[in-house]
Design a protein around this ligand. Structure first.
Ligand SMILES: [Cu+2]
Length: 297
């Protein structure tokens, strides 16, 4: 697990073991999520009214249901300020990913987006499944390859082949057409890894149950014992102190998305991880589920 060669939060490389489990072959799709909502009348976080007490530093005019929508810029921008390409759009939700005027036409087989952590958990328990831990997710993404940079090996485009839906060109203003997708792509559009799993890199980030930490501190091997089924269950280290929303716990997301580009975020790799506030819904985060053997019995 982990990597010492990219971003600080992935370090250190360490061993961990997980029990066997089954995993969804691809991220949960719009069609699958629709079935869940039809069956349960579930209302996602992005569709619910917001309590000003939860968002003391927010502009009250923006405290209306909505979600974050990516907007390509017309030229290079300051990459330190994500507000240059993310906008909070009232009325954006999983049915209207880019805002009230947008729809899902033709996107039934795309990963569902605009789902907060709680929404992913609600789907999973309805489906009789669970969300993976970070260790389970990373184990699955590696597909049996040890210590490789990508889910398929060490080369980004082996023999020139595009292996995942990631951003080609300079983010967030220049799109080089290496593949035909803008935004999410139908699941299974790119080759699976050695475990038969699709979209373990790129397309959408995926929620895991672990709380975020700046490094893999707690799970690292002490002397004799390799951590078994590691899981970060305390939110204490997860807060983004000094930033907007600093009181909201963050969970680990994995896999990178269609917005990841080498000039900004080379995170379409099994070791890569990002902390995401649990109430965040965006156009580039989705999830997939697992089944552990004790559930299957
Ligand atoms: Cu990224």
């Amino acid at each position: 697990m982990g990597s010492d060669d990219f971003y600080a939060e992935e370090a250190p490389v360490h061993r961990a073991s997980v029990d066997g489990f089954w995993m969804d072959e691809h991220p949960v799709t719009v069609a699958e999520f629709r079935r869940f909502v039809k069956a349960t009348a579930y209302v996602t976080v992005a569709e619910r009214p917001l309590d000003p007490a939860d968002y003391p530093d927010a502009d009250p005019d923006l405290l209306v249901p909505g979600a974050l929508v990516f907007r390509m810029t017309s030229g290079p921008v300051d990459l330190r300020d994500y507000r240059n390409w993310w906008a909070y759009i009232p009325g954006a939700d999983w049915r209207h990913p880019e805002g009230p005027e947008s729809g899902l036409g033709g996107r039934d087989r795309h990963p569902v987006t605009q789902v907060a952590y709680e929404d992913a958990e609600a789907f999973a328990s309805w489906a009789g499944k669970e969300l993976p831990t970070e260790a389970e997710w990373e184990f699955a993404a590696r597909g049996g390859l040890e210590g490789k940079v990508f889910a398929w090996g060490d080369e980004f485009m082996p023999r020139g082949k595009v292996m995942a839906n990631t951003w080609h060109g300079e983010f967030p203003w220049q799109r080089v057409r290496a593949h035909k997708f803008e935004g999410t792509s139908p699941v299974r559009s790119f080759p699976p890894n050695e475990y038969g799993l699709y979209d373990m890199a790129g397309n959408v980030w995926e929620w895991t149950v672990d709380f975020f930490s700046r490094k893999h501190v707690n799970e690292v091997e002490h002397g004799c014992c390799m951590p078994h089924n590691p899981r970060v269950t305390s939110a204490d280290q997860s807060y983004a102190l000094g930033q907007p929303g600093e009181h909201i716990p963050r969970r680990v997301t994995k896999g990178g998305s269609h917005l990841c580009a080498p000039n900004y975020c080379l995170r379409y790799r099994p070791a890569a991880r990002q902390g995401e506030a649990v109430d965040t819904s965006t156009t580039h985060i989705g999830f997939r589920c697992i089944v552990r053997p004790e559930q299957a019995r």
